[in-house]
Design a protein around this ligand. Sequence first.
Ligand code: SF4
Ligand SMILES: [Zn+2]
Length: 146
Amino acid sequence: MTLLVQNHAASAPFAPAYDVQSWRDAAACRGMSPEESERIFFPSDPLDGMERQAMYDEARSYCRPCPVVQECLDDAIATGDRVGFRGGLSPALRIRRRAKVTLVGKCAECGGGFVLRTSRSRFCSHVCANRDHARRVRVLRQKGMG
Ligand code: SF4
Ligand SMILES: [Zn+2]
């Protein structure tokens, strides 16, 4: 696992080289039309405070039960994404959360960035951990050991 120390002073965000973000397949907002997604998660400026709040409430209603809310939030924080409502948090709240983050890991499976909860974490999500596990099982079976 690669450990990267986050430099908050740097203006360039930590940008992992992704191929796929496998957890996105499980997102509660997946399959939403671009217009709907834009309206709910990326309300355009200028919106007055009440309108914005109403949009955020709607976005939150998707994020709260979303099975990959932690992965989504970690990704948004790790990549320094400052646009839109993601992982259950508004951009302003994510910026505050990011300021507290010191360590970002690189997922051993998909290469995506994620916020380390323990120094032993190797995967960004249970989806990636399961994929890694499934591959190991396959290899063992091929060798006739499973
Ligand atoms: S946490 Fe919210 S923005 Fe992120 S994938 Fe889930 S529903 Fe979409
Ligand atoms: Zn991953």
